[in-house]
Design a protein around this ligand. Structure first.
Ligand code: ATP
Length: 326
């Protein structure tokens, strides 16, 4: 189970941290993937862009290879059971631990005018999304590690207080370390809502991709051999590892080690490889976004599949809590 907020254009971080694994999992596992539209309300109260954003997230997921026939691809707000489980889990979550969550502190600092209770209880809603399907594997990027730990805590508290209902969910990347795709300005991660010019979107036109990559921070000349690689150079290599061939990566690593690297050439190569990677996804997503009937069919079928599992879980939850009075 996993989800992506409908807060804007999907980017390379969403792809490599999350969607790539959704696609890898779809043949082997029972999968539930959602557009987290309710989560987006915690930081994006203006809903003018909500509908196009929801459509965009759906279309971009499918364009990346997610097959709505194989998985339940649905909208968070269409699954009312989530709200009910969120309510019960809120009684097991403590104000102190929620206030200590890194994402809450970051978002509260960025938007002091809108520190709402939904933002504070974001990890509880996320736990409800996951536990509603009694999911065990959650394909996410590194930024979600702390939230997953909180989901496990809430699951264990529930089981301890009311009886075993939930397995423990873990962040999943096929046994590899979780991924963080860095932003091009060397500050933090690529993100839908921040760092627009330092994030490569799956919808970026070829020239925009070239422009953004060429502006990425590097040094004027090679680093002295034997000195540690600066973060911003490491980031360029990391991006290259994601989209370029091994031969290309090895060539530039070798150039770096011999202190003969030309960063301009490296960025040009990276930009071209990035263009080749993004273009087919962008073109496919555009076509899907224009097919409103297809999008509606995906959402309806996805919600129906998800609801089956959710209804089963909620029966167990109500019974365990003792909400059956006759
Ligand atoms: P927002 O800026 O609105 O918070 P976001 O870009 O951080 O959005 P989310 O919707 O919060 O994206 O996350 C969707 C999925 O993408 C999650 O699994 C998250 O871990 C992953 N993800 C987001 N950004 C990155 C990144 N830069 N590197 C790796 N994974 C990422």
């Amino acid at each position: 189970m996993s989800g992506i907020r409908s807060t804007g254009f999907l980017h390379l971080g969403n792809y490599f941290g999350a969607i790539r694994n959704y696609v890898r999992m779809q043949d082997e596992y029972e999968c539930y993937f959602m557009v987290a539209d309710v989560h987006s309300l915690t930081t994006h109260p203006d809903t003018k862009e909500l509908k196009p954003n929801v459509h965009r997230v759906l279309a971009e997921n499918v364009a990346c290879g997610l097959d709505p026939e194989k998985v339940a691809l649905y909208c968070q707000s269409h699954l009312y059971e989530t709200g009910e489980l969120y309510m019960y889990l809120n009684m097991l979550a403590y104000k102190g631990e929620l206030e200590k969550t890194t994402t809450f502190k970051d978002k509260a600092r960025q938007h002091p005018e809108n520190v709402n209770a939904g933002l504070l209880t974001y990890p509880v809603l996320q736990a409800a999304d996951i536990l509603l399907h009694r999911a065990t594997l959650v394909p996410v990027g590194k930024d979600q590690e702390q939230h997953l730990e909180m989901s496990r805590n809430f699951a264990n508290r529930f089981n301890h207080r009311y009886g075993d209902v939930f397995p423990e969910p873990y962040a999943f990347n096929f046994g590899e370390q979780l991924i963080k795709v860095p932003s091009l300005d060397g500050k933090g991660k690529m993100s839908k809502s921040e760092n627009q010019y330092a994030t490569i979107y799956l919808s970026d036109e070829d020239d925009m991709i070239r422009k953004k990559i060429m502006k990425a921070k590097t040094d004027a000349g090679p680093t002295e051999p034997g000195t540690p690689m600066p973060d911003y150079i490491e980031n360029i290599f990391l991006l290259m590892k994601l989209v370029s061939s091994n031969e290309v990566l090895d060539k530039f690593l070798d150039d770096y080690n011999r202190a003969v690297i030309r960063y301009g050439d490296m960025k040009k190569q990276l930009a071209e490889d990035m263009v080749v990677f993004v273009r087919p996804i962008r073109e496919k997503a555009e076509a899907i976004r224009n097919d409103q009937k297809y999008l509606r069919d995906i959402m309806e079928a996805g919600a129906e599949k998800a609801r089956k599992r959710a209804a089963e879980t909620m029966e167990k939850v109500r019974e365990a809590i003792g909400l059956k009075y006759y």
